[in-house]
Design a protein around this ligand. Structure first.
Ligand code: NAD
Ligand code: DAU
Length: 354
């Protein structure tokens, strides 16, 4: 049995990755390592929590001693690292927590994996450290013909993207210096079930439903490239198993939207689903002060992963968005509990003494 530690597995993308690996690979032992911050939530994984090849461990990647113990205990062959502080707006008000988790936490994990693997008889043979990163490390595009490729120079513009860029550099440096078997991917904006409602799409779904203002930053002209979260999880499976050592793969859906167009689309879809007269929800749109240093456009060139590894997105945006809205409408309790912080309190009590 192969043991793999997936960090951040209680979060949005991590929970989809954990579910995919637990169900697709019954011969793998999946350890979900997560601190259960405000963004992490075990209710995302109730359907697989009793599977025999799944173990949850609550722990913080900024704690090096804890990681040394964990790696000693489980002797994992693989690490898929998703744990991070992930929200740009929070990074503007509290950059240090991004430095701690995204930079220090990543280096702690690299050190724990390196030591555990070098102490083992097989050394780095058959081992893999996979770092999951973001397209935001490339900065902001201004020319409509440009796309981010794997060769685009790093130019991070927010404390969040600077911390992810730093973590990417450390992972590559460990590959180069210590010959650690690393692989990386940089993905565009994800959307789908279990998306924390501080991010654009779930926030808008929540506010439309509650008849609350829909805060659009600046003029709503900023462009993002959206990918259904399950397609990202499938890409992570592909890169983990087929990606070449030391390589980076950009992941995206060739699916660019201006923020304001997405908000209008969501208003249309939800008016229909909620039985409201057409045009009702769009009246909630409220233009608010722009995000400081707001990146204008992200767009991924995903040709490398498509041509070399054979991955491609499975869902069209309208279909994915429909599924997403349906999921949120059917999971009101989840939405109420994450917005009120109720899940956090529940799991804090449950794991307080472990
Ligand atoms: P998220 O905020 O939903 O989840 C992050 C998870 O990490 C949570 O479960 C949280 O509890 C855990 N975590 C945070 N700090 C931790 C710590 N110190 N120790 C252990 N666990 C900790 O994030 P997400 O949107 O699912 O993103 C996951 C990863 O994918 C991140 O590395 C992010 O940079 C990257 N990414 C996200 C997107 C996106 O659109 N959301 C796109 C590309 C890349
Ligand atoms: O590109 C990948 C990145 O996508 C990930 O690395 C990040 O973890 C993830 O949060 C996301 O970053 P963004 O900043 O692009 O996502 P967010 O949902 O916060 O914002 C999307 C766009 O919508 C952005 O242009 C800001 C705008 N926005 C956002 C919010 C929350 C609004 O106009 N109003 C809002 O209330």
């Amino acid at each position: 049995m192969k043991t793999i530690i997936i960090t951040g597995g209680a979060g949005f993308i991590g929970s989809h990755v954990v579910r995919l690996f637990v169900t697709k690979y019954p011969d793998y032992h999946i350890i979900n390592l997560d601190a259960l911050t405000y963004a992490g939530n075990l209710a995302n994984l109730t359907d697989i929590e009793n599977e025999p090849n799944y173990t949850f461990v609550r722990g913080d990647i900024t704690d090096a001693a804890f990681l040394a113990e964990l790696f000693g205990k489980y002797q994992p062959e693989g690490v898929i690292h998703l744990a991070a502080e992930s929200h740009v707006d929070r990074s503007i008000t509290d950059p240090m927590s991004f430095v701690m988790t995204n930079v220090v936490g990543t280096v702690n994990l690299l050190n724990a994996a390196k030591k555990s693997w070098l102490d083992s008889e097989s050394g780095f043979d058959g081992k893999r450290f996979y770092h999951v990163s973001t397209d935001e490390v490339y900065g902001s595009l201004h020319n409509p013909d440009e796309f981010f490729t794997e060769e685009t120079a790093y130019d991070p513009q927010s404390p969040y993207s600077a911390s992810k860029a730093a973590s990417d550099h450390f992972v590559r440096a460990y590959g180069n210096t210590y010959k650690m078997p690393v692989v990386l991917s940089n993905c565009s904006n994800n959307y789908g079930p279990n998306h924390f409602p501080e991010k654009l799409i779930p926030l808008m779904i929540h506010n439309i439903q509650q008849n609350k203002p829909l805060p659009v930053y600046g003029k709503g002209e900023n462009v993002r490239d959206w990918l259904f979260v399950v397609d990202h999880a499938r890409a992570i499976d592909t890169v983990f198993h087929k990606g070449k050592q030391g390589e980076t793969y950009n992941i995206g859906g060739f699916n660019e939207w201006k923020n304001i167009d997405i908000v209008h689309l969501l208003c249309r879809v939800m008016d229909e689903k909620l039985g409201r007269p057409a045009g009702t929800s769009s009246q909630l749109i409220t233009y608010v002060t722009d995000r400081a240093g707001h990146d204008l456009r992200y767009a991924i060139d995903a040709n490398k992963i498509m041509n070399e590894l054979g991955w491609e997105p499975s869902l069209q945006f309208e279909e994915g968005l429909n599924k997403t809205v349906d999921w949120f409408l059917a999971n009101q309790e989840w939405l109420n509990n994450v917005t009120s912080g109720a899940y956090q309190g529940y799991y804090q009590d449950m794991y307080a003494n472990r």
